[in-house]
Design a protein around this ligand. Sequence first.
Ligand code: KG4
Ligand code: ZN
Length: 337
Amino acid sequence: MAVTILAIESSCDDTSVAVIRDGYVLSNLIANQEVHMSYGGVVPELASRAHQANIVPVTHQALLKAGIKAEEINAVAFTRGPGLLGSLLVGTSFAKGFALAQNIPLIEVNHLQAHVLAHFILEKDKINRLPAFPFLCLLVSGGHTRIIIMKSQLEMEVIGNTIDDAAGEAFDKCGKVMGFTYPAGPLIDKLAKEGNILAFRFAKPRINGLDFSFSGLKTSFLYFLRDKLKEDPEFIENNKADLCASLQHTIVSILLAKVITASHQTGITEIGIAGGVSANSGLRNEMKKEADKRNWNLFIPEFRFTTDNAAMIGITGYYKYLRGEFSSHDIIPLARY
Ligand code: KG4
Ligand code: ZN
C-alpha cells in the first residue's frame, strides 16, 4: 500500500504544505510573508498571524495540486522546532486537528534534520541521485550553520556548529547595513554576480576545529562601511556589486574551508549542502569546483528545496512513518529542539 504523508512547515515566516507519496513529492506549496520586509527581519507576532490566515488555504491547494483527498492521507508530519514558538504553534495545532479528524498518526519533525533530508526527496520524471552513507552535509540557513554526518536517514551527528551568528544572518545583517530589505541573501547573491570578489577584504575568523563564527565579519563589515562613508557618503551606492561580491566570497570561503577540513578528518567524500544559504550561487559554484578537484560526490538540492519548504518535512515524516516513530497528541512545539 502507498504511504501518503501530509507535511506542514511553519517554523519561521513561510507557511508551507506538501503531499509526499512513497517518498515522491506530489505537491509542495509555499506562502511567503511579505509583511516582514520593511522591518529588517521576521516579526514573530505578525508571522504567527499570517500562518493562521494561510494554513487552511495552502493545505487545500496542496491537496488539490497533488490530486489527493484528505481521506487518502496516512499520517501528518509537522515541524516541531526549532523556530519561532508562535509560528510553530499554528502548524502544530493544525497538524493535530487534521490527524484527529482523519484518525491518523501524527509525526513530529526536527526542522534542521529535514533540511538535510531534502536530499532524499524523490521527484517523478527525473533521475533521482541519492547520497550514500556516511554523508557529510553543510547545513547553512538563517538560524543555523552546522556540519553534520548522516549515518542513515534518521541518524545524524553534528561535528561543527556556529558559536554566534549563522551564515544566513551574516548575509542578512550585512545586507541590512547596506540598506537592503530582509532577507538580504538573495539580493546580495544577485548583485555579487556583477562585482569583483577581491575588491575588498574583510576579517575572517580564526576558530579551531569545525566550528564557525560570523559575528566578527559583521562587525568588520560595519566598521569598514562606517569609515568609507565618512570619505564618500555615496560609497555603498557606488560600490554595491563589489561589496556584495567581496562579502559573499568571504562567507563562502569560511564555509568551504571547514567542509574541506571535515572531509579530510572524516574521510567522507559523499558531500552535500542544505538550507536557505545553499541557494547561493557563489557557494554552489565553489562547492562544484572543490568537488571536481577533490573527487567528491557532490549533492546540491534543487532551489525549491533549499529554503524552508514542507516537502523536506514530508520526506523526514515518511522515513519516520516507515520506522513507526509517531508522536502523541499532547506534544508541544519546541523553539529550541
Ligand atoms: O533555510 P531558510 O529558508 O530558513 C531558516 O531555516 O533559517 O534560510 C533562510 C536564509 C536567510 O538568511 C536568507 O538570506 C538566506 O537563507 N538565503 C540566501 C540565499 N537565499 C536565501 N543567502 C545567500 N544567497 C542566497 N541566494
Ligand atoms: Zn530552515
